[in-house]
Design a binder for this molecule. Structure first.
Ligand code: FES
Length: 164
């Protein structure tokens, strides 16, 4: 073997080895390895209890109430009503045959406070005898517009008023 071919053989071998090692290094890397999130505590034992003397864990905050609490369902038997306040406005919450309704407690005529008349099943204004049904619709008298309606939400046994 002459000197020149042997030198070329060695140069080619070095080039091939260098290329092979670069390929081997890059082929063992998984590009997805760097973006796979690790699950917290995956495969590990449960977290240890807090050290002695540390304050107890606090309960998570309670869920936000859906609206302004009016009372319990048992306080609103069918045919009865409760006066409530919603953002400073008096409201009347009525159990109309099992359907809960809430209307403004302020008459649309001259702003007198209206009243629930259970014996008549209507809302009546004492000032000029304006009368409204349980949905606030004017039945008779001078009121020019119905009473404002509000939404009612029942959660468990609790009754809330929500803006409609
Ligand atoms: S203020 Fe209610 S009817 Fe006049």
């Amino acid at each position: 073997m002459s000197q020149l071919p042997r030198r070329r053989f060695i140069q080619r071998s070095i080039l091939l080895l260098g290329s092979a090692s670069t390929t081997a290094c890059t082929s063992t890397q998984n590009p997805d390895d760097s973006v796979v999130p690790r699950k917290p505590n995956a495969g590990s034992s449960p977290s240890p209890s807090p050290p002695e003397g540390s304050p107890p864990k606090q309960a998570p905050p309670l869920a936000e109430p859906p609206g302004v609490l009016v009372g319990n369902l048992e306080q609103l038997a069918p045919g009865s009503a409760r006066v409530a306040s919603y953002k400073g406005l008096p409201l009347i919450v009525i159990n109309d045959g099992g359907q809960l309704r809430a209307v403004s407690g302020i008459c649309t005529h001259e702003n007198c406070e209206v009243e629930w008349r259970a014996e008549l099943g209507i809302i009546q204004c004492p000032c000029h005898d304006g009368r409204f049904d349980t949905r606030g619709k004017v039945l008779s008298g001078p009121p020019p517009a119905p009473l404002l309606q509000f939404g009612v939400v029942v959660e468990g046994e609790q009754v809330y008023i929500v803006n409609s």
